[in-house]
Design a protein around this ligand. Structure first.
Ligand code: URP
Ligand code: ZN
Length: 464
């Protein structure tokens, strides 16, 4: 039977390394890898001069979010299009447990928001805001519903998100029994709270005080504490958006000890430093944890080369430029977060591969392969191999273009990466066998994305 599609004459990054091959697709799956020029398909996508990568897996995005008084521009339709335009074919977003409410109800609500319109394949982490006997009894149901990770915030008390140490420890005890994993926003709330109140009271309102009131010790303490809880309970733990370099050693030591602990960093921490908080557009660069020093940035790159970091995520939050500036008079009022799901590929490719900080194969693992495995999708996503979903992105490694705010899909009006000259821009994205983006235009329908039932975490212990 002739395959439906052949992606011909590209340099594909396969599990065995980069090779000039034709990739054949039948239905939604990769059906064959042939020598270049020998593949067959009823439709042909010419990839000469292109790199063919597994579609990106971004396990940390916030589409359709209302937080700190602002709303995201993206919903699950537009956010998915932004992801696909940036070569990301799988995302993991979040379902929210309302305080005092049911987690399963929060999950059902989020799926009702996403399923009719979502344009990209997606999974959900469950945000836990209230640990009670009833909510702990829901954990098995979450696992059966394909949600195998529980998000905990150790701060954002005013927004009703924070769990204290007692609740986190209790949750980890039970999650370990259920084979679930914690994904943690790790910042020490008490230290932040004291420093923020003091800065605000003393009239220190400039955006740079966002970083000064969240010093590295806030991350180091929260990461160390959670690792101790993981050791005590046996619960698998993933540290979200890690930036403080001194916390890397804690993760590395935990992994060396054999604990089921992993960590990611985000695109913005690899590209930017706290110097951005002195710019006239400083509110655009307010996210938590905050941007840190240049020396810290290089240590993150080292941790991507040598461990312990095993994923680069976007922590996408699409507030508009206008919404971000609403708190200009006081850093404490600026909604935290920045857009990045679309820029993740060219930023990571340029700073990483083109500038020689990481090799092409490692880039592919950090962008796609390892996040797929870490989040229970390693049997179908993140690899160019027969039987895997035909999720692919074709990039032009030689293209160079300065990024502008227009490069973000939709009316966001800014990107943190404006002015950077980037390469590796996506030219086409294939999602489950269909060419869904070509030249930046989305060719699919709303609702074509699918909810992904995820399996247990793989903590990549062989990478220790
Ligand atoms: O500043 C950030 N990271 N905003 C998004 C919400 C979160 O903390 O993950
Ligand atoms: Zn967070």
């Amino acid at each position: 039977m002739t395959p439906d599609l052949v992606i011909a004459n590209g340099t594909a990054v396969l599990p065995s390394g980069a090779a000039e091959v034709d990739v054949e697709v039948t239905g939604e799956r990769i059906s064959g890898i042939r020598a270049a020029g020998t593949g067959q398909g009823r439709e042909r996508l010419d990839a000469a001069g292109r790199l063919v990568l597994p579609g990106g897996v971004d396990p940390h995005v916030h589409f359709l979010i209302a937080f700190m008084g602002q709303r995201s521009v993206y919903d699950f339709a537009s956010g998915g299009i932004a992801a696909l335009r940036g070569g990301t074919t799988t995302v993991i977003d979040f379902a929210l447990q309302r305080h005092g409410g049911s987690m399963l109800a929060g999950l059902a609500h989020r799926r009702r928001q996403a399923d009719p319109v979502v344009t990209v394949d997606y999974g959900l982490h469950q945000i836990v805001t209230d640990v009670t006997e009833q909510s702990l009894d829901e954990l098995a149901g979450l696992r059966e519903a394909g949600v195998t990770s529980l998000k905990v915030y150790t701060t954002y008390e005013d927004d009703g998100l924070r769990l204290d140490d007692g609740a986190l420890h209790a949750l980890m005890e039970r999650a370990a029994q259920e084979g679930l994993r914690i994904v943690l926003h790790a910042e020490n709330h008490e230290i932040i709270d004291r420093l923020r109140r003091k800065a605000v009271a003393e009239g220190n309102h400039a955006p740079r005080f966002h970083a000064l009131t969240r010093p590295p010790i806030t991350e180091i303490d929260a990461v160390g504490r959670a690792i101790a809880f993981s050791r005590d309970t046996g619960c698998a733990l993933h540290i979200l958006h890690l930036v403080a370099a001194d916390a890397l050693a804690l993760v590395a030591a935990a992994r060396a000890e054999g604990l089921p602990v992993t960590a990611e960093t985000c695109t913005h921490y690899l590209a930017l430093t706290e110097a951005a908080l002195e710019r006239p557009d400083a509110p655009h660069f307010v996210m938590s944890p905050p941007l840190r020093s240049e020396a810290n940035r290089e240590k993150l790159w080292q941790a991507l080369r040598e461990g312990p970091l095993t994923a680069v995520t976007s922590d996408e939050v699409s507030y508009s430029a206008e919404a971000k500036t609403i708190g200009i008079d006081c850093f404490a009022d600026i909604a935290n977060g920045c857009p990045g799901v679309e820029a993740r590929l060219p930023v990571l490719f340029t700073l990483g591969v083109a500038e020689g900080r990481i090799g092409l194969e490692r880039f592919v693992e950090l962008f796609s392969g390892w996040p797929a495995r870490m989040f229970g999708l390693g049997d179908r996503k993140g690899r160019i191999a027969p039987g895997f979903d035909a999720d692919l992105v074709l990039i032009d490694p030689t293209s160079r273009r300065r990024m502008t705010s227009e490069d973000n899909y939709g009316p966001i009006g800014y990107t943190p990466y404006a002015g950077m000259e980037l390469s590796g821009w996506p030219v086409a994205t294939v999602a489950r066998g269909a060419v869904v983006v070509r030249g930046g235009a989305y060719l699919g329908d709303e609702g074509r994305g699918r909810f992904l039932h995820r399996g247990p975490a793989d903590t990549l212990q062989e990478l220790r």
